[in-house]
Design a protein around this ligand. Sequence first.
Ligand code: HEC
Ligand code: HEC
Ligand code: HEC
Ligand code: HEC
Length: 234
Amino acid sequence: MRSKARIGLAMVLAMAIAGAASAATSIKDSKHDLSSGSAATVKGNTDQICVYCHTPHNATQNIPLWNRNNPVATGFTLYSSVSMQNTPVKNGFTTDSISLFCMSCHDGSTALGAAAVHNNPVDQPTGITVADVAGRTSAGHLDGASKYNLTTNLADDHPVNFLVTSGADPNIGTVTGATMKTGSVTNGFPLFKSGRGATTLECGSCHAVHDNTDPPFLRTTMAGSKLCLGCHIK
Ligand code: HEC
Ligand code: HEC
Ligand code: HEC
Ligand code: HEC
């Protein structure tokens, strides 16, 4: 009787833990969890999660305690068009652009681990190794054929790292006061502070890097294009 009750309790606990994990409000076990114990396919040889991107001390960039050696900011081409009401930027990121931080893995050439990680984790003092997975990673970086490799040409991607000015485009929701993020918000989506100003649109305006509740790491669902309609009055 007693042991049966114990098994029952263990099962309830196991289910509760599984339930919590599947709610996926944490980075843990998402594709951005590159730790050795992660459920992700692409991962490295340390069981730390945050170290691939953050460090508690001696960061490469103060905000957000960044632990990566980013690619050269000027090496990117960004979207631009004559119909944009805000001023698009064609050539290069600002060095503090949160989007450049994403591109330190999504450019398809910067290593995920190894020398791209500034401070090594205590359990891997000589550096992080990320094992290659056919079609996904090669030589420790995202593979050329990976759909996650956006390349350094972002002219074919939604504009990023440009200043969003209140009222510049009447079809864009209002830009309001600062949040705990580094900038402000448009209709509830965060804008960031960068060298271009305090309200720049970045990858992180649409993507929640730590939270895969709405895959792929989106700020809200794409059902009915809710994300797009959150900013665009269309
Ligand atoms: C794959 C890279 C990556 C990993 C791994 C990662 N972060 Fe982040 N984190 C970012 C980026 C990029 C930002 C800034 C953009 C943003 O806030 O959306 C950020 C911002 C933050 C912030 C400040 C703003 C916010 O969104 O709350 C905190 C706190 C934070 N991360 C904590 C953590 C912790 C703790 C871990 C490990 C459990 C972790 N991060 C793992 C990339 C990462
Ligand atoms: C430390 C490296 C790293 C950084 C920094 C990083 N990513 Fe990723 N990201 C990855 C890897 C690895 C994958 C999964 C690749 C695979 O499974 O083949 C991924 C996958 C994704 C996906 C697809 C998820 C899915 O379910 O299909 C999105 C979207 C994404 N990243 C967005 C971002 C954004 C936005 C940022 C910056 C805010 C960012 N990433 C920063 C490494 C990174
Ligand atoms: C305007 C919103 C928006 C911005 C800005 C944005 N993304 Fe995305 N991204 C999306 C949406 C929506 C999807 C999912 C598309 C789909 O599957 O319909 C996506 C998908 C992705 C994927 C997965 C690709 C795939 O084929 O599965 C990656 C990786 C990614 N984004 C990275 C980034 C990075 C890095 C940046 C900044 C340079 C960025 N995104 C900026 C909205 C955005
Ligand atoms: C966080 C707010 C935000 C979200 C979410 C968002 N956008 Fe945008 N988008 C903007 C802003 C701001 C501009 C620049 C508008 C301007 O200056 O005219 C823009 C520009 C564009 C442009 C280029 C317009 C031009 O004149 O060249 C297109 C197309 C576009 N967005 C489509 C989308 C789609 C599709 C989605 C959903 C996948 C989306 N956007 C999600 C804020 C957003």
